[in-house]
Design a protein around this ligand. Sequence first.
Ligand code: ADP
Ligand code: MG
Length: 679
Amino acid sequence: MEKNVFEDFGMLIFDGEIMKSRLSKDTYIKYLECKKSATQLDKQSADEIASAMKTWAIEHGCTHYTHWFHPLTGLTAEKHEAFIDKDSKGNAIIKFNGKTLIKGEPDASSFPSGGLRSTFEARGYTYWDVTSPAFIRDNVLCIPSVFVSYYGESLDKKGPLLKSIAFVNEKCTKLLNMLGHEDVTEVKPNVGLEQEYFLIDRAQYKKRLDLMLTGRTLFGDSAPKGQEFEDHYFGSIPSRVHAFMHDVDKELWKLGIYAKTEHNEVAPRQFELAPLFAEANVAVDQNQVIMDVLKRMAYKNGFACLLHEKPFGGVNGSGKHNNYSLCANTGLNVFDPKTDVFPVFTACLIKAVDTYPELLRISASNPGNDFRLGCNEAPPAIISIFLGDAIENIIDEYAGISTKETGRVSKIEGFGYVGSDNTDRNRTSPVAFTGNKFEFRMLGSSASGAMPNVVLDTIIGDEVASVIAMLEKTAKEDYEKVLKAYVKDVMENHGRVVYGKNGYSQEWIEEAARRGLPNITSSIEAVAHFDSEKNVALLTKSGIYTEKEIEARKTVMAEQYISSIMLEAKTMLSLVDGYVVPNMVKEIENYSKAAAYSKYAKEKLEKVSSLLDELGTAFTKLKTEAFATKEYASELEKGLDIKARIVPLLASLREVVDSYEKIASDIDYPLPTYKEMLY
Ligand code: ADP
Ligand code: MG
């Protein structure tokens, strides 16, 4: 009989019970305090924790440790150090103490810093993040860490997230206390990140340079449109996929991640993995681990896991849905419609989203996501909120606004019904209320979950602060009156961001424009808004980023956009030159031999020849533009220019290649086609 896999749950994280059993009571309590208040540990406790952690890790076969961090690339980074060292007499010893646990100095000077570090002051430091548990991967003890420059500027995604969590905690705790929830001492954002991905055969993946280098197919004729895929799809999930999912689950459970894998029927070969929610910082770390485990287990099982937002043109893309709620130490969830604070906190969220849509849009901006948002076949990138009639009615009723006729019970009793009833509709809304949480659905599948949460925490925290300021000027007996007026004001002046109909429709694009809602159609255009006056004021005032850190992030995002498009251009040119053109030439040779005998062969000859000429023109245009040298005042300007000049040329070249693929002979075509990869 197979061993009960759940017995190993959490065996690879240094957390909770394991820590408790291996530390003195004093030190364990100190650690918990430190975790709660995010303060420094004293040397003695740090040494004791380091020693226990090291012993535990070595027992599990670890030879190395690493400060595991999230540089601005959106990926994770690590530099492994062996536990082994030499003492003064030249003997081998095992060395790992409080100091090495808390602080690391990876050279790491090649990570993007957007100008925050020049090479002559390249020192960057990593500091242990006590709020996220250390874990073991292969033979390495991974210590979640923040990454800062010599001068203390944040160089990573985790640092600002920890700040925003503290910020929203402080504001929400205060407001709840004022509203009579005096036993609340802490409010934490809880986050559940659903991860979508594609799984394709590794042998085919390795034949596609575009997939390997850029994460997506740069061309590929969409197989006869969709439907028959779905039929095949359900009937034919190979047992290999099940074996893969089982491996993923087992590994994640060992790492203390509550994985609940389910396959997705939307696109062929596309799946989704949703772990149970956790505290935001931990959830974001876990999501990085999940992406890593998906890739490794795919490899082990002969697959490639594609995390790109749009690996296949004409086929559904992949996202990462960020489920968000704010929960107090008392168990109170401010987005639970059954609570007395629900209308006020939801009004804060509505106003925050309507005030800072650009920031939310930026937080879902990476080059791959452009194919999922705002462009031709993708839904628009307008930020709106879906509440559902019952929830709108709860809020309107609270504020004394006349409620809509829904034919349903508007109070809590009707809520369960609405929650499930509206799931279909809210799929089209980037911010959707789903039960007792809001789901931000814009994020791309490959992106780090950090920034959307930084933005949500900050914009909500800031709005909560303004409610606090309002109440501070109010006599306690008038609180209710003032709050009702506040909610009413929000619904009247910010209700434009609430939309309950089909968010993918042309009607909504026009309606949103009439309502004055921004529709930022590309990631590089979104980046341009990062340092607007409004955003800088908010982000600096709440202590999340300094102005320099904002500028740096803007530069890094633009750099990433440029590199991504340029890599696509070079890869495309190389594939066309190396595979597509030679194949066309070969076909032309064959058909020209047969043309003397067959009218059909002659027609094919003419078609392929004329496509080859078209291809030549598109190829030359792209090549000329891609290698043109130009001067730019900033990375942003360069990014915008590349979007205007290069992106359309990539699309036109693709169009020609795809037309050729449609008529190319299957026998000769050198690259795996959509039909082959997606079945
Ligand atoms: P759906 O299928 O409607 O998207 P699920 O219940 O499957 O909703 O939840 C999706 C994700 O949301 C999971 O990661 C889940 O743990 C998380 N989640 C559920 N409740 C909350 C909550 N209160 N706060 C944050 N995340 C939550
Ligand atoms: Mg969901």
